[in-house]
Design a protein around this ligand. Structure first.
Ligand code: ATP
Ligand code: LTN
Length: 331
């Protein structure tokens, strides 16, 4: 392995398309890191079953997610991409780390609280230990940097705590990873409830823009975005809807929020929303084209995730064997 630092991240194949939040908060940043780092991106299917899935859809969504990664600019030659369940070391290390994680630590996780409130009929143990599996994903590869959206910060902190605890007992086994969280793009909010994060499972279909939404739907959703009654495009506390649109505009155009505010000085919300919609549409059009081409070539996609699994299995064995020796398993 060369001296480049290691990056690992991933998304759950929990819907047919990733959201604009996933794209701006995570995938777009990944694309900008691919030359400087050794990057690994997984389709996190083990995490996905913490919420009940339809099997045929999960299978389809997992391969589609790989095509979306590539269509969003993740070069299959430069980055390692694999399906989490193809690398058994993730589940194995997660079990071991479960025994080094306290109930109290997991009880504090806001994602667990949110998701168990949303899925009251299925508060399963996997939902509770979700962050331990995520820690295993990261620690297996001696990862330096984890590019995620701001909602995952707490999971990165617990990962660091688990690693430090293990190291303090057994010596330097794990590298302590750093989060990499973008600024404007870190937390994209729902277009309908701009105080809540944009999420694949938003109950209001107009709140969430999917990367694979057709362009008409994208424009329509932005036109309906909730703003306020001030009719003035400025970035300030309490203007959640406008702030969110400014963040989205700034993330897709590369302009700063100040530049965006100046650009819309004196303009009404109608023009402003249309400009944001157009900018997003502009960003999504080439992604759609590339995605449609890739989905016609399933053999190519299969060759990528098979090769990815082979390499990831090889790479993960080293850390897992070390961990097993440390805890006293017969090798
Ligand atoms: P689900 O709704 O199924 O829980 P999700 O949409 O929250 O899923 P994940 O697959 O859990 O998405 O997350 C993938 C990546 O996208 C993570 O790095 C996460 O931080 C990022 N992300 C998710 N939603 C947003 C958002 N609204 N703004 C910025 N980043 C986000
Ligand atoms: N929990 C993450 C998805 C995820 C992940 C990871 C991200 C699972 N394993 C490892 C980074 C590194 C989420 O975004 N909800």
């Amino acid at each position: 392995m060369n001296e480049k630092k290691t990056i690992l991240s991933g998304i759950q194949p929990s819907a047919a398309s990733i959201t604009l939040g996933n794209y701006l908060g995570a995938v777009k940043n990944w694309a900008s890191l691919q030359d400087e780092y050794n990057c690994m991106y997984a389709m996190m299917d083990l995490h996905t079953i913490t919420v009940r899935q339809t099997p045929a859809e999960l299978r389809k969504n997992t391969v589609s997610l790989l095509a979306q990664y590539i269509a969003c600019g993740i070069d299959a030659e430069k980055n390692l991409m694999f399906i989490q369940s193809h690398v058994p070391a993730h589940a194995e290390l997660a079990w071991i780390l479960n025994c080094y994680t306290q109930m109290g630590e997991l009880q504090r996780m806001t994602q667990f609280k949110d998701k168990s409130a949303k899925h009251k009929d299925n508060i399963n143990a996997g939902l509770f230990t979700y962050p331990v599996l995520m820690a295993a994903d990261i620690l297996l590869y001696q990862t330096d940097l984890v590019p995620v959206g701001a909602d995952q910060k707490q999971h990165l902190e617990i990962t660091r705590d688990i690693a430090a605890r293990f190291n303090s007992i057994y010596g330097d086994v794990f590298k302590i990873p750093e989060p990499y969280i973008g600024k404007e793009s870190a937390r994209i909010m729902s277009l309908q409830t701009p105080t809540a994060k944009m999420s694949k499972s938003d109950p209001n279909p107009n709140g969430c823009v999917f990367v694979l939404d057709d362009i008409d739907a994208v424009i329509r959703k932005f036109k309906r975005a909730v703003t306020d009654s001030e009719a003035c495009v400025e970035y300030k506390e309490g203007k959640d809807g406008v702030n969110n649109l400014l963040n989205i505009y700034s993330s897709v155009t590369g302009k700063t929020v100040e530049e965006a505010v100046n650009e819309f000085a004196g303009k009404g919300y109608g023009d402003f929303k249309m400009a944001v919609a157009e900018a997003v549409a502009e960003e999504l059009r080439p992604i759609h084209e590339k995605y449609n081409d890739l989905m016609k070539n399933k053999d190519y996609l299969e060759s990528i995730y098979k090769k990815g699994a082979e390499t990831a299995n090889y790479m993960s064995r080293k850390t897992l064997t070390k961990v097993k020796k440390k805890v006293g398993f017969v090798i």
